[in-house]
Design a binder for this molecule. Structure first.
Ligand SMILES: [Zn+2]
Length: 268
């Protein structure tokens, strides 16, 4: 299922798997002057491509990172003759994408291999210069794209007040990327795979994370365990957070957020 809306020259396409008329999670694809940012998931691939081709030409598809809600439809774009671009690390993963757990296959669909072109720091598409920045934290291969005053940030920031983390996420690295890369750039807003936000919102996000980190550190120094810290700081959370913990086969947990802000490794 898809929903398309337009803001000037920017088209915002929300896509998700149609489960008897419902969508559990949406991912966002952007189209701006022939440039597609992230392809969306394979389960909605035909709808996404048809919608984009009805908007205009496709000159390039830029991928932020290798997750299935961002790359799943890329092979179909490639089949239509469109060029896919991604970071060197993402290109490697896309050649042989990992098999994802059942719940993600249901929500997004298993991505298939696709050949993409590696990009470094800059790419010119038509008359637009696009700057590319490494943006690790959500995943090691993650990059963000700057086009004019828009910053396309993929999943670097998935929520402005995160209460849960994915097992592959490193929140100290996210904080570092946001403070030392994102906030150093001149932009009016970020456009992500699941949220859009202003510069002020991003400053609020860093403040939230630093405050949370300091509270976690205090409790950890007092000898509290990860479980005790999680219960103390993250027990009152929206139902959606609990649902993610329950259905994600251990891939999403509140404790991962605590551990990663303490600089501790966490495994599934
Ligand atoms: Zn992701």
């Amino acid at each position: 299922m898809i929903k398309v809306r337009r803001e000037g020259d920017l088209y915002i396409i929300n896509a998700g798997t149609d489960l008897s008329g419902n969508v559990i999670m949406w991912t966002t694809i952007y189209y701006y002057n022939g440039i597609v940012i992230d392809s969306g998931c394979i389960n909605a691939a035909s709808e996404i491509i048809n919608a984009i081709e009805s908007i205009g030409d496709v000159k390039a598809v830029l991928i932020t990172h290798h997750h299935e809600d961002h790359v799943g439809a890329a092979p179909l774009f490639r089949d239509r003759g469109y060029k896919i671009y991604a970071s060197y690390r993402t290109v490697e993963i896309l050649r042989n994408p990992p098999v994802i757990p059942k719940y993600r296959q249901l929500v997004w669909g298993q991505p298939m291999p696709v050949e993409a072109e590696p990009i470094n720091h800059k790419i010119r598409v038509g008359d637009l210069d696009i700057d590319v920045y490494n943006a690790p934290g959500h995943s090691p291969d993650h990059v963000i794209y700057k086009i004019r005053d828009m910053l396309f940030t993929g999943d670097l920031i998935g929520s402005l007040k995160p209460k849960i983390a994915y097992y592959g996420e490193d929140y100290l690295e996210i904080l570092n990327t946001v403070e030392n890369t994102v906030l150093k750039l001149d932009f009016s807003r970020i456009l992500g795979g699941h949220i859009t936000a202003s510069r002020e919102d991003i400053k609020g996000f860093t403040k939230y994370l630093i405050d949370l980190k300091n509270r976690i550190m205090d409790l950890y120094r007092q000898g509290k365990s990860i479980e005790e810290i999680t219960n103390k700081l993250l027990s009152k959370v929206p139902e959606k957070v609990i649902m993610m913990e329950t259905v994600s086969e251990g891939e999403w947990r509140r404790s991962y957020l605590i551990q990663s802000l303490l600089g501790l490794k966490h495994n599934k």
